[in-house]
Write a protein that binds this ligand. Structure first.
Ligand code: ATP
Ligand code: LTN
Length: 326
């Protein structure tokens, strides 16, 4: 079975873009693949974090993974720092990557350029991400387009290590969501909906109450025409609503457009579809939130499962690179 690995950082509230672009696909594919999903808390440390907030965000994102439908009996769900092998292999990956390669990553250039304090981890971030992926003999890494370069680097590092030290790692490939799975900001439909978005009213959080969802969609930017059609270049706002309506109801944006002649009904139906999508997730999240010990138990089971594979891979890499057995 195809081994799938993906991760998400506990760095903010999960939004509709994360749900439609990533989590929904993870939930769907868990039944046909051998899937591993990780809350990558170590990656969050590349910028200074408030300790209590990080702990809370890590637990909450784990609960969100479960609430959206990742089933620990079907796939593996765990927290990155619970499996020490991630840090162990990351060092070998840092020593396999060149500084030039790491400096060329656009995310490093963007984030490093903006920050007043640039940690060493911000530079070596992709080496840790390569370790995440390679520890599990991963075939496929479902990510958004922004992560393409990082997965390419993981491939390059796997190939380089294999050619220097003999066959050790499976060479992974990135897979991307279908067109239309990119959810844009409701107030600025030419930029993607994001946790660090400039406009709070343009971002729908998975835990937003129905009234809030309705208000945000009602106020979404459209255009001065009144024709409903999917045309991202000419009609970014309307197309975004169609992507959301389609994504929430399992249809393409073009299919979702059928029958609408006005923006009002399109907005009302999109809001209703999003509320219907979010309600069961919110209910399940509230249950999990009320019993953190149960989530911790499920995470411990996930970490134990993950550790089995991770330890075998790290042992192989250690042996091939020449580290003496303990
Ligand atoms: P940040 O704003 O801090 O960059 P983010 O909201 O972009 O965060 P990430 O944690 O980088 O979210 O991404 C988690 C997953 O969600 C990734 O697979 C990413 O591709 C996906 N994703 C994020 N935003 C969107 C979006 N607007 N539409 C579709 N998928 C998205
Ligand atoms: N860098 C990714 C999160 C991430 C990841 C991974 C994704 C860390 N490790 C391994 C896929 C596979 C992000 O910021 N979205």
């Amino acid at each position: 079975m195809t081994r799938v690995f993906s991760g998400m950082q506990p760095t903010g509230d999960v939004h509709l873009g994360n749900l439609l672009g990533a989590l929904q696909r993870w939930v769907h594919d868990q039944h046909t693949t051998d899937a591993i999903h990780c809350v990558v808390d170590l990656h969050a440390l590349t910028v200074p974090q408030d300790p209590a907030a990080l702990r809370d965000a890590t637990l909450r994102l784990s609960q969100m993974f479960l609430a959206v439908g990742l089933d620990p009996d079907v796939c593996t769900v765990f927290v990155q720092s619970h499996v020490a092998e991630h840090s162990g292999l990351a060092w070998l990956m840092e020593c396999t990557a060149s500084i030039g390669e790491l400096q060329r990553m656009t995310q490093f250039k963007d984030k490093g350029g903006r920050a007043s304090f640039v940690s060493g981890g911000l530079l070596t971030y992709p080496a840790l991400m390569a370790a995440d992926i390679l520890l599990y003999d991963t075939d496929e890494v479902p990510v958004g387009d922004d992560q393409r370069q990082h997965v390419e680097l993981a491939r390059d590092l796997a190939e380089r290590f294999n050619s220097r030290y003999g066959p050790t790692f499976t060479v992974p490939r990135a897979t991307f969501p279908k067109a239309g799975a990119r959810v844009m900001d409701l107030q600025d439909p030419t930029s993607k909906m994001s946790k660090s978005a400039a406009t709070a009213s343009g971002t729908i959080l998975v835990l937003d109450e129905p009234k809030v969802v309705e208000r945000k969609i009602k106020r979404a930017v459209t255009d001065t025409e009144s024709e409903v059609r999917f045309d991202v270049a000419a009609k970014p706002g309307v197309s975004n609503l169609l992507s959301i309506l389609g994504g929430a109801t399992g249809r393409t944006p073009e299919e979702a457009a059928a029958g609408y002649t006005q923006y009002g009904p399109l907005k009302a139906d999109t809001a209703a579809a999003v509320v219907a999508l979010l309600e069961p997730i919110q209910a399940r999240f509230r249950e999990l939130e009320a019993d953190p010990a149960e989530t911790q138990r499920l995470l411990a089971v996930g970490a134990a499962k993950a550790r089995g594979t991770a330890a075998a891979t790290l042992a192989r890499a250690r042996e091939h690179i020449g580290l003496l057995d303990a």
